[in-house]
Design a protein around this ligand. Structure first.
Ligand code: NAD
Length: 338
C-alpha cells in the first residue's frame, strides 16, 4: 500500500489531468493552491508532504523551507533549482528532485540554433533585408567558415554534451571547461581546458552551467576582456551567470562581436534594456526548453519522482543526494520498474 501523501502544486500553470490520473491510481490527492510570495507558499504548504514547483522564480527560500512542518520532497518541473535553497532543504531532510533530462534535446537544439544564428548572422541579415536592403551586408565584417572556428563550452553536463553531439557535424574545433568533471573524464572530440584558455581561443562560447554562488557573474568584465573581438557568446543556462553590465559594455565597446541570449538577469527583459537596441544581439524569451514533448517529459518525471518517494525510494534525479530523508528511502536503482 502506498502511504497517503498530500501533494501541493503552488504554481498551477496548466491543466493537471495527467498528474491527477496517475496520482489517483496511487491513492494520492493533488491539491492546486496557487501561491505567490513566501508567506502564501508557507500558508499553502502547511500540510504538504510533497511540494511541486514549476517556476524558475518561485521563492523556495530558507525561510519558506524552515516553515514547512511536513514536507519530505520538493519536486521541480525543470532542470535549474536555483530558486530552491538546497542547503536549507538538506538540513531539514527534505529531498529536492528535478526533471534533469526533460529538455536536454530542446535546449541543445536551441543552443545550436543560436550558435549558427551568430556564426551565419541569420537574424541581423533578416533584419537587413526586411528593412529594404539587399547587398553590402557584410561590409567590414567578413563571415568565417564554421569549420575554421573554435567552439568553447562552459560547463560540460547533459545539455553541453548534446550540443557537442549536434555541432560535431560542423567539424569545428571544440573545447570545454568544467571543474567538476570526474578525473579522467573524456568527451570524444572535445578538449578539456581551463576557462581562461577557452575564453581566449574560442570564436563561439556557449554557456551551460547551473546558477550557483560560484557561477553567478562567471562571465564578467575580466572574462570578456580575454575574448576575441570576433567572438560570440551564447547563453541558454541562467541569466545571472553573465554579469549583464559587463556584457553590455563588452558589446558596446566591441570587445566581443555579439551575443545570443535565451536568458537574462531580469526576466522579462525590461523594455529599457540596451540589449534590445543592439543589432549584434539575438534575444529569445527563455524558451530554450520549450516543446510539447519536453513538457510531457517533465510531467512524467515529476510524477515518477512522487511515486518513487511515496513507495519509499529515492527519486530518479535527486539534486541533494546527501540529504538524510525524514523517512528512510531505498536506492532508486532498486525501484521495481514496470
Ligand atoms: P547538468 O547538471 O547536466 O550540467 C551542468 C554542468 O555544469 C555540470 O557538468 C557541472 O559540473 C558544470 N559546472 C558547474 N559549475 C561549473 C563551473 N563553475 N564551471 C564550469 N562548469 C561548471 O545540467 P544541464 O542539464 O546541462 O543544464 C545546464 C543548465 O541549463 C541548468 O542548470 C539550467 O540552469 C539551464 N537550463 C536552461 C533552460 C532554458 O530554458 N534555457 C532549460 C533547462 C536548463
Amino acid at each position: 500500500m502506498t502511504p497517503r501523501l498530500k501533494v501541493v502544486n503552488i504554481d498551477c500553470n496548466f491543466d493537471y489531468t495527467y498528474e491527477r490520473t496517475r496520482l489517483a491510481a496511487l491513492g494520492i490527492d493533488l491539491v492546486e493552491k496557487k501561491a505567490v510570495g513566501e508567506d502564501e507558499i508557507i500558508a499553502a504548504c502547511q500540510e504538504a508532504d510533497v511540494v511541486l514547483v514549476e517556476g524558475a522564480k518561485t521563492p523556495m527560500t530558507a525561510r519558506v523551507i524552515d516553515a514547512l512542518p511536513r514536507t519530505r520532497l520538493i519536486a521541480k518541473y525543470a532542470v535549474g533549482v536555483d530558486n530552491v535553497d538546497l542547503p536549507a532543504a538538506t538540513r531539514r531532510g527534505i529531498v529536492v528532485a528535478n526533471a534533469a533530462d526533460y529538455c536536454t534535446e530542446e535546449v541543445s537544439d536551441h543552443a545550436v540554433a543560436l550558435l549558427l544564428g551568430c556564426a551565419r548572422r541569420v537574424v541581423s541579415m533578416d533584419r537587413f533585408v526586411h528593412a529594404g536592403n539587399w547587398s553590402g551586408y557584410s561590409k567590414g565584417r567578413p563571415l568565417r567558415r564554421i569549420n575554421q572556428l573554435t567552439l568553447g563550452l562552459v560547463g560540460l553536463g547533459r545539455i553541453a554534451r548534446a550540443t557537442v553531439r549536434k555541432m560535431a557535424g560542423f567539424r569545428l574545433r571544440m573545447q570545454a571547461s568544467d571543474p567538476y568533471l570526474p578525473p579522467g573524464a573524456i568527451e570524444p572530440g572535445v578538449e578539456i581546458v581551463p576557462l581562461e584558455q577557452l575564453l581566449r581561443e574560442s570564436d563561439l562560447v556557449s554557456v551551460h552551467v547551473p546558477l550557483t554562488a560560484e557561477t553567478r557573474g562567471l562571465l564578467n568584465e575580466a572574462a570578456f576582456r580575454l575574448m576575441k573581438p570576433t567572438a560570440y557568446v551564447v547563453n541558454t543556462s541562467r541569466g545571472p551567470v553573465i554579469d549583464e553590465e559587463s556584457i553590455i559594455r563588452a558589446l558596446r565597446e566591441k570587445w566581443i562581436a555579439g551575443a545570443a541570449l535565451d536568458v537574462v538577469t531580469e526576466e522579462p527583459l525590461p523594455a529599457s534594456s540596451p540589449l534590445r537596441e543592439m543589432d549584434q544581439v539575438i534575444l529569445t524569451p527563455h524558451c530554450g526548453a520549450e516543446s510539447s514533448d519536453s513538457l510531457q517529459h517533465a510531467r512524467r518525471t515529476v510524477i515518477d519522482t512522487v511515486e518513487a518517494v511515496a513507495k519509499g525510494y529515492w527519486p530518479p534525479y535527486p539534486v541533494n543526494p546527501k540529504a538524510a530523508p525524514r523517512l528512510p528511502l531505498k536506492p532508486w536503482s532498486e525501484f521495481p520498474q514496470s
